[in-house]
Write a protein that binds this ligand. Structure first.
Ligand code: ASP
Ligand code: MG
Length: 453
C-alpha cells in the first residue's frame, strides 16, 4: 500500500491512512509512504538557496508540520520522542546544507541525503501513528531495502540486491504480523550511501517491494478515484475505469501525472502483479485495477485523454523522397537540444511532430531550416483515444472523425501501438472535441447500464 504526499498532508490525513491500513490488516500489508506533501519541494529549494542560513530557516515550518501531527495524534511521551527525532533530523539537514554550500562538487550526493529526510520522517511518523492506533507497525529504513547504482538524484535499483534485501528485511516482520512502514523514493548504493530514485519515485518503491515479495496486489493510494474516462474538469460525467491493461496505462501516462509512469510499474508487469489506483478520500471505491490483459474488454474505448499547450512542427522537403538518413538528421536536431518529441507522423516528403516543451524551439527551427521548409503551430492540443479494443475494431476512426467533422484535425497517428488513436486540434477547440467524443464513444455504454438497472 503506497500513500502519496497528499495522503499524509496533515494530522487528519494520517488518521485516515491509519484507518485504511487497519481495514487491510488481514492481507498483511507493507506500507510505503511519500514525504508529507510539499516537503520534498521545500527541501530541494533549500539545497538551491545560496544563503545557507536563510535556507535552514526556511525549513523550520516544514519540520514543525511533523511536530504538529505528532502532538495532535500521539500521546505526550510518544510525541516527545518523535519531536526529538525531528529535531535531530533538522540538525543533520542543516549540516548537510552547510557542506553543500562549501563543496558544490558533492552536490548530487548531498542533495539526495537532504531529500531523504522527508521520507524518513513521514515513515517514522506513520509507524508511530499506526502503533498508537493499535496496529503493530515498525518503520523500516528503505535504504536497507532499495539498493541502487550510484546515479545520484535518479538512481536505478539493482534488482537482484533489492529483491534479496527487501525479502530479508520485510519477511520476518510480516511473519511476526508486524506492518512494515518504509519511505518511498529513497535507496542506498551497495556501499550504503543514500540515493533517490527521481521525483515521484515512491510509486517505483512500491512496485519494487511488491515484486520482491510477490504481493497479491500493489495499491497506489492517491487523491483521485483511479483513472477516469476523461478529464473531469472538461467532462463532468467522466467515470472511473474499472480495469486497464498495463499497455493502456502506459499510453495514458503521458497525459496526466495521476496515471502511473510505465517505468514505475515495470517490476509489477514482469511479475504480472496487478496495480490498483485507489482514492484515500474515498476508500470504499474500488478504483482502477491495472493488470495483465485477460480478455478483450467489451468497451472498445477505455479513455479519452488530452493535453493542451502542445506545439506542432512540420518539416517539408523534397530531399526526403527516396533518401535515407533524413529522419536521423532531423531527430538529431531535437536530441542536440534535449527536446522530447511526443507524436510523429510522416509522409513521403514531410514529417510532423508534436512537442510539449517548446523552450528550445527557436534554435531547433533554425537548424531544421537547413533540412527543409519548417512550419510551427503553437497553441495545439493532443487528443488520445485509448483502448485494447481498438486493435482490429473497424470503424473507430470514422466514428471519431464524424463526431468532430467540423473541427480541424492534424497530425493523426494510429500505427505504433494499435491501442491508441492520437491527433492534434487547436487548443481552443479541445474542450468541445473531448466532450463530444466522450458523449459519442461512451453513450452506448451508459444506456446499457441504465437499461440494466
Ligand atoms: N517525495 C518525492 C517527491 O515528491 C517522491 C514521491 O512523492 O513519490 O518527488
Ligand atoms: Mg510527492
Amino acid at each position: 500500500m503506497k500513500f502519496g504526499g497528499t495522503s499524509v498532508a496533515d494530522a487528519a490525513a494520517f488518521e485516515n491512512v491509519a484507518r485504511i491500513v487497519a481495514a487491510e490488516r488481514e492481507a498483511l500489508p507493507v506500507v510505503v509512504v511519500s514525504a508529507m506533501s510539499g516537503v520534498t519541494d521545500n527541501l530541494l529549494a533549500a539545497t538551491i538557496d545560496s544563503d545557507v542560513d536563510k535556507a535552514i530557516a526556511s525549513l523550520e515550518p516544514t519540520f514543525r508540520r511533523h511536530h504538529s501531527v505528532a502532538t495532535k495524534l500521539l500521546p505526550a511521551s510518544q510525541a516527545e520522542q518523535f519531536v526529538e527525532q525531528v529535531s535531530s533530523a533538522a540538525g543533520r539537514t542543516g549540516e548537510l546544507l552547510r557542506r553543500l554550500a562549501q563543496d558544490p562538487s558533492e552536490r548530487k550526493v548531498l542533495q539526495d541525503a537532504v531529500l531523504s529526510v522527508g521520507e524518513m520522517l513521514s515513515s517514522a511518523l506513520l509507524a508511530e501513528v499506526l502503533t498508537h492506533g493499535g496496529i503493530q507497525a515498525r518503520q523500516v529504513d528503505a535504504r536497507r531495502c532499495i539498493i541502487t547504482d550510484e546515479e545520484h538524484t535518479c538512481a536505478a535499483p539493482l534488482m537482484g540486491e533489492t529483491f534479496l534485501s527487501s525479502q530479508n528485511e520485510l519477511r520476518p516482520l510480516l511473519e511476526g504480523n508486524v506492518v512494515p512502514v518504509l519511505g518511498g523514493f529513497i535507496g542506498a548504493t551497495t556501499r550504503g550511501v543514500t540515493t533517490t530514485l527521481g521525483r515521484g519515485g515512491s510509486d517505483y518503491t512500491a512496485a519494487l517491494i511488491g515484486a520482491a515479495l510477490g504481493a497479491e496486489e500493489i495499491q497506489i493510494w492517491t487523491d483521485v478515484s483511479g483513472v477516469l474516462t476523461a478529464d473531469p474538469r472538461v467532462v463532468p460525467e467522466a467515470q472511473t475505469i474499472e480495469r486497464l491493461s498495463y499497455s493502456e496505462a502506459a499510453e495514458l501516462a503521458y497525459f496526466g501525472a495521476k496515471v502511473l509512469h510505465p517505468k514505475t510499474i515495470q517490476p509489477a508487469i514482469e511479475r504480472s502483479i496487478p496495480v490498483r489506483i485507489c482514492n484515500s478520500r474515498s476508500p470504499g471505491e474500488p478504483g482502477t485495477l491495472v493488470g495483465p490483459q485477460t480478455e478483450t474488454s467489451s468497451r472498445t474505448v477505455k479513455a479519452i485523454a488530452h493535453k493542451t499547450g502542445v506545439t506542432t512542427v512540420q518539416i517539408t522537403s523534397a530531399r526526403m523522397l527516396g533518401a535515407y538518413g533524413f529522419l536521423r538528421a532531423l531527430f538529431e536536431v531535437f536530441e542536440r537540444h534535449r527536446t522530447v518529441i511526443d507524436v510523429v507522423t510522416t509522409s513521403e516528403v514531410s514529417v510532423s511532430l508534436s512537442l510539449d516543451d517548446a523552450s528550445s524551439l527557436p534554435a531547433i527551427v533554425e537548424e531544421l531550416e537547413q533540412l527543409g521548409t519548417v512550419r510551427v503551430e503553437k497553441g495545439r492540443a493532443i487528443i488520445c483515444v485509448v483502448g485494447e479494443g481498438l486493435r482490429g475494431t473497424p470503424g473507430i476512426a470514422a466514428r471519431v472523425f464524424s463526431t468532430i467533422s467540423d473541427i480541424n484535425v492534424t497530425l493523426i497517428s494510429q500505427g505504433a501501438s494499435s491501442i491508441n488513436f492520437t491527433f492534434a486540434v487547436e487548443e481552443d477547440q479541445v474542450k468541445e472535441a473531448v466532450t463530444r467524443l466522450h458523449e459519442a464513444l461512451f453513450r452506448t455504454n451508459k444506456r446499457h447500464k441504465e437499461h440494466r438497472q
